[in-house]
Structures are given as C-alpha cells and as structure tokens.
Write a protein that binds this ligand. Structure first.
Ligand code: PYC
Length: 439
C-alpha cells in the first residue's frame, strides 16, 4: 500500500450532513496550521450523510474507487447528479483500501494497454481535478524475468506497449542493479535475474486519498453517499431493472451499476445475470518504516512477490492470490512465511526488517484475467466487475467509461473489448501474461 498506507482504512473522514453540495473546501497552509493549533477545532466534514431517497436516477452498488469514480464522472461529465452510491460497510473498505496501490499500464493486449494508459493519465491529473492531494508518485516499475519464457513475454509486452505509445523496454541485469542496488542480481541465486520489463511511467499513489477525493468530489456535485447500506435484492420486471432493495428500504431506479469486488457475482445474481467469476483472497503486508532506499516498484512473478516503499518508509509487499476460493479476509502465517522467504531471495539485506501488519482483500478472477464491463442483457443493469488483482489502478478510467456508458446508453470504445458477452462468443482478452504475480 502506498504513501503511508497502513492496510484497510478506518473510514474517515466521514459526514454529518451539515455541508451543502457545492465547491469542496480549499485549505491553505495557514488554515491547516490554524486548525492544528486551535483547541477543539471543528473540521468541516468531507461529505454529507443525506437521508436515503425513495428513488434515484442511478444507483451504484459499491463505494470503492470504481463506484465513487463512476458517480463523480456521471455528475462532472454528464450532469447526472440524482445518483446514490451504496456501500454495505464504509467507503473504501473493500479492495480500494486493501490493495498495494501500484499504478502501471504495461499490459499484454492492445486493449489492455490503451485502457490502463488512460487510467494513468487520469491519475496524473487527479490531484488537480479533485483539488485533493492523492500523493501520486511516478517512480518506475520493474517486472523481473527469471527464465527464458518470462523474458520472451517481457519482450512481447514491450513491443505491444511501444506500439500503443506506452514507455516500456526490456533491460538487463546491469541496468537493473543500477536502478535497485539492493536486489541480488548475482548468478548464484535459485532464480537468477535474467532481465526485466522496465516501465518508467509506473508508480504508486495513496489509495485512501483517491477514495476520499472522489467521494468528496461526487458529494460536492450532489451525489448521495450511503454507507452501511447493504443491497438485499434487485427488482427486475420484463428484463428491466426497476428498483433496489436494501437493509434501509427500497429505492426505485431504472439504472443500477454493479461496482462491487468480492461480491460481484452475488450482486449480479440478484438481477439474474450470471458472471464467470471466482473469488479468492489476496494477502499483503507492510514493514516498519526505514530510510528511503527503494524508489522503484519491483515485481517478481516467479517468486510471487511485489514490493514498493511508501513515502513514509514502509515496504509494502504483496504476493499471489491464496490458492483457494473464499470470501474470508483473514491473514495467514503461511503467507508471511512464504513471502519473507521469497523477499529475502530477492533482497537478502532486508533480513532484519520487521513486518508490522498483514491483511487480505478479495479478488474476483475472470477466465481471461480482464474485467467485465458494460451493459448486460437486463436493461438498466450495468457491470464494472471481475477486477482480479488489478482493479485499483483502473479506477479512474472505469469510472469515466461506466459513466459514459450509463449516460449515453452506448458502450465507449475503450471498454468495448471487455463486454460481458465475450465468454459466450470466445472473444477473450487474455491478460494472464501481464497480470503479473496475482496468480
Ligand atoms: O497488477 O500491478 C498489478 C498488481 C500489483 C499487485 C497486485 N496486482
């Protein structure tokens, strides 16, 4: 997790319903100091807590970065503001608060590269667009190759990336050692490093800030954010959505967007739409903070490890998904033991570092390792799901595209390849070779 990331956030800042929609507040250095020093200073809430309305034009299920970004772009780009975002817990409490906040666009298929590249561009300008510091940090991304077949895939990806205008190249062990001096690039290791795909635009960001920035932005444009609001059913009549049932009452609506992760197939089932999704936990861990020494994101598919150093100095580690399907988000000793062993094969100098925390999130895996996005056979029921281990980096582009899809009732070109019907027609978008270590 990036930028001082400590695992799942606690859901702050939250709301009390006092602020009216409008421009989000601006803070100067002076006003921050004044707030810091003032006794019992009252911070304005970042978003409101409105009453649940009996009807909305659009209901978005899932208050993570995808759902919030969809709501924000519906309002900002299309002027559709009678929108509710429902989350059964707190905003950003799912995959958005549990990922390792890595950004990159070095995928394998042209469709994937174009899509994630658009997300990178939105991320680059997000702080300015939302007037909120999201701690975007471009620092380069290295995917190590420890065998000939990985090297071949890296070369393939580099060529596809370049053809799409994305900066990626294969580099050798000497250049890798210059970029990351603490990596063991000797030839005497179990899996010697033969080369790497180097992707200079890659980096990290502060994931909670992205959630809060979109939430604040959507709220300020009039969107209603409803936490602790669990969807219990979706009403469909004559193949068209007509409402959503929740633990707080029924909402009439003709447009529902499923932006959930973990429970995406459960929610879609409620509308009668079956998804080819299997859910597995993915664990991650963070160390104590140390002085900055790692300013590149390093990924090893063979050793099932990825690592980056946050601005606060912690090392954030992730691995592959747990080898079973489950909705459990419990950490395991087996995971940290395996992770530590693999990390030390890559960077033996880290042997004295202590892990502080570990956590897990849920990954909805699809057969081709690409998402499922767009309209479904049920009128008014849209999906933005199947995000495997790569959902966070796609938040902005997904929000932008899903908002356009709902507002115009046409599928934007950038997500056309990810349509739900592709599993029946066999037009798969195979991204396994670039989905890295997640599996
Ligand atoms: O796809 O970059 C990635 C990723 C990082 C962690 C999990 N997946």
């Amino acid at each position: 997790m990036a930028g001082g990331n400590n695992g799942p956030s606690n859901g702050h800042p939250s709301t009390n319903g006092h602020r009216k929609p409008g421009k989000p507040p601006r803070y100067s250095a002076f006003s921050l100091l004044k707030h810091g020093l003032a006794p019992r200073a009252e911070w304005p809430r970042a978003w409101r807590s409105p009453a649940l309305q009996p009807s909305y034009d659009v209901v978005i299920i899932g208050g993570g970065v995808h759902g919030l970004a969809t709501a924000y772009y519906l309002a900002a780009n299309h002027g559709i503001t009678n929108v509710a975002v429902l989350d059964k817990g707190y905003l950003g409490g799912g995959g958005s608060g549990r990922n390792t906040a890595i950004l990159r666009s070095n995928y394998l298929t042209p469709e994937g590269v174009r899509f994630y590249d658009r997300s990178m561009r939105l991320y680059e300008h997000l702080a300015a667009d939302l007037n909120f510091n999201v701690m975007f940090s471009r620092r380069g991304h290295l995917t190590l190759a420890h065998n000939d077949s990985s090297l071949r895939t890296m070369r393939w990806r580099a060529e596809v990336n370049k053809l799409q205008g994305v900066d990626s190249e294969v580099i050798g062990p000497e250049e890798i050692a210059k970029l990351v001096p603490y990596l063991d690039t000797s030839t005497s290791t179990r899996y010697p490093i033969l080369g790497a795909l180097y992707h200079p635009p890659g980096g990290i960001i502060r994931h909670d800030a992205v959630v809060w920035g979109y939430a604040r932005g959507a709220d300020s444009l009039g969107v209603h954010l409803h936490q602790n609001t669990e969807v219990t059913g979706i009403d469909v009549a004559e193949d068209r959505v007509i409402g959503v049932r929740t633990n707080r009452g029924r909402i009439a609506t003709r447009n529902v967007v499923n932006c959930t992760a973990g429970w995406s197939s459960v929610i879609s089932d409620m509308a009668g739409v079956e998804l080819p999704v299997q859910t597995s936990p993915l664990q991650a861990a963070v160390t104590e903070p140390v002085r900055p020494f790692l300013d590149t994101v390093v990924v090893s598919g063979t050793l099932h490890v990825y690592v980056s150093q946050t601005d606060r100095g912690e090392l954030v580690f992730g691995a592959s998904v747990d080898p079973f399907t489950s909705y459990s988000m419990r950490g395991s000793l087996e995971f940290v033991e395996g992770l530590a062993g693999h990390v030390l094969e890559l960077m033996p100098a880290l042997s004295k570092m202590r892990l502080l925390r570990q956590w897990a999130g849920l990954c909805d895996m699809t057969p081709d390792y690409s998402p499922i996005m767009g309209a479904t056979p049920v009128d008014g029921f849209y999906v933005d799901v199947g995000w495997g281990t790569y959902g966070f980096k796609a938040g902005p582009v997904s929000g932008e595209a899903m908002a356009e899809c709902v507002a115009t009732q046409r599928t934007p070109e950038i997500i056309a390849a990810f349509h739900p019907g592709r599993f029946e027609t066999g037009q798969l978008v195979g991204e396994k070779g670039a989905a890295a270590v997640g599996h």
